[in-house]
Design a binder for this molecule. Structure first.
Ligand code: GDP
Ligand code: MG
Length: 381
């Protein structure tokens, strides 16, 4: 396996020499693999490049890639990835920092997982056995952990615990070579989440291995600290972009819910039977949502032809009848089993509506406004 460790540096003259030898010790543990340490140097004024250049004269695995000027950590990685793919023929690229916050002793865990055939290996601080520095202030621990938890829920990626770690290995073929770096949203810290989500979307087999995230050995941090909001916004943006129709469907759903609750209670005033009052309100709310969904939520697949429109509307009614039947039975059951008070009636209504939302989205997106095949979808953009 041809593994390239991509390591951006800016003013790491005090660390890089030690890092080069520490990595050499780890590389030696895997004689079957070929390793390159590709240092992507941001033209540091402290002479980092000179240290690397000098090592490269005698140590074959050291390779120096000079940037014209410091352009941020994300840009440095993308430059390094491209070089590793085009010039070094890498099978895997590993992201790693030069300041010993990533412990070279953890590298073998990543390499082992590569050998197990994983496409994306994440050095995780929040998996069993992983850690963040004990000396970190509580708020920093909280932001780091909370940010990952938030990402996990919003992005629906439950097999990942650490979304902002910078110690990772990625398979090149079919993955890194498929990513268009110009579309990675953030040049700063949040690029990590973006890249991670892109790998996930490409269908990477992911493994997390525990790492001990340390304190910087020497020198100082170059990364601005206002990255937390940047990361949160990136997560929301990624989620929204990957599933716009779901967000819109939810908004349409809430609009429908609003119409539904008002009508249900209005009808209740003059329709004595609660089942009939509730289910006829649902019918009208359904028509409103059909129109909005067709024109807006699923606008990529809007049905325009009259014939198809009629056919799909009938199907829509048929599909949407399921939650109405559910509601008919459930509201009837709850109001007769407990009582027909305002509270019980609305509780029954709420449960029925929740069921309806889940059922409907699945039915609409898979049947009514089914995505065209990828070929059609790309031409229709
Ligand atoms: N080439 C390059 N490297 C950078 C840049 N910013 C940070 N680095 C390197 O990226 C790694 C992580 O940066 P660091 O300052 O330790 O970030 P922190 O750990 O979040 O404080 C280190 O190896 C830095 O030397 C940059 O703009 N260009
Ligand atoms: Mg650091």
């Amino acid at each position: 396996m041809n593994i390239v460790i991509v390591m951006p540096t800016y003013n790491e003259a005090e660390n890089i020499g030690k890092m080069i030898s520490a990595l050499g010790e780890q590389f030696a543990k895997f004689p079957e693999d070929r390793f390159t340490l590709l240092v992507v140097e941001g033209n540091s004024p402290d002479g980092t490049a000179d240290v690397v250049r000098k090592s490269a004269e005698t140590i074959p695995y050291v390779h120096l890639l000079m940037e014209e000027k410091k352009a941020g950590i994300g840009a440095a990685y993308f430059y390094g990835f491209k070089y590793a793919m085009e010039k070094l023929d890498a099978d895997y690229v590993v992201e790693m920092d030069a300041d010993f916050q990533h412990n070279p002793n953890d590298l073998p865990k990543l390499i082992d997982a590569i050998h197990e055939g994983y496409d994306y290996v994440i050095g995780s601080r929040f998996t069993k056995g992983g850690s963040i520095p004990k000396d970190w202030a509580l708020y920093r621990k909280f932001l780091s952990f909370g940010g990952s938890l938030f990402s996990k829920i919003v992005l629906n990626m439950f097999n990942v615990n650490d979304f902002t770690t910078g110690f990772k290995a990625s398979r090149v073929r079919g993955f890194v070579d498929k990513i268009d770096f110009s579309t990675v949203s953030s040049k700063s810290f949040a690029y990590k989440i973006d890249l991670l989500y892109k790998m996930f979307k490409l269908g990477a087999r992911i493994k997390e291995v525990p790492i001990e995230f340390g304190l910087r050995d020497r020198g100082s941090s170059k990364i601005e600290k206002n990255t937390f909001m940047d990361s949160l916004l990136t997560v929301l943006k990624l989620r929204y972009e990957s599933n716009k129709s779901f967000f819109k469907f939810c908004i349409v759903g809430f609009t429908g819910l609003f119409v539904d609750i008002i009508l249900s209670n209005l009808f209740r005033l003059f329709i004595p039977n609660p089942s009939i009052a509730a289910s006829s309100a649902a019918m009208i709310a359904m028509m409103v949502t059909f129109i909005l969904n067709n024109l807006w939520s699923f606008s990529e697949n809007t049905i325009k032809e009259t014939k198809a429109l009629v056919k799909m509307f009938l199907l829509y009614v048929l599909g949407s009848i399921v939650p109405i039947i559910f509601r008919f039975i459930f509201v009837g059951y709850l109001t007769s089993a407990i009582n027909a008070s305002f509270l019980i009636y609305n509780v029954a209504l709420f449960v029925s509506i929740l069921f309806g939302l889940i059922w409907n989205y699945t039915f609409y997106s898979r049947i009514i406004w089914k995505k065209k095949s990828p070929k059609d979808a790309s031409t229709s953009k």
